[in-house]
Design a protein around this ligand. Sequence first.
Ligand SMILES: [Zn+2]
Length: 178
Amino acid sequence: MTQPTNEYNEDVRYRPDDDCPLFSESLEEHIVGITRGTLPNHGTFCGNCYTPLSPDTAKCPHCGALTDGSRRPVETIPDEVIAMLRDQRKTESSIVNSFAYAGFIIAICFALWLILTVPYLRPESGHLITATVVFSLVLIIGGRTLAGVLGGYYGDHYAYDRARKRLRTRWAQWSAQR
Ligand SMILES: [Zn+2]
């Protein structure tokens, strides 16, 4: 199913073992353009995966569907497909945000634990300014780092898988009756 040419190697993240052909990079870009109002929802799109096609293409570069096969090219991207991308992005960003917040909460707990357990920093030691500086630094540096690591890396991977799973289910339901 994969026949990436140099021309289409932006589609490398497509997973052939995944039975959902959404979304090719170029379809995603086109939908973003439609949402922003910079591109019309009109053109030639693969009848199977809705990847934008040039009018004389015989075969979809993304899913391999033949343009004279059972799913002829269409002129507009269905609303449901646009909604699926919106849902995928929403799912991804809310998971990434939750992971980032978890990173900040861990940093807050660690900063509190430090100033309550290190004798020099404990409130009754009288070193309030030093304790405040340490607390703030741990919060700012630790919070940013943990939020970045948890949100950016783990959140991203987990979020992609979760959003992709939702998308597969929705696609399977919808494509069965389109
Ligand atoms: Zn296609």
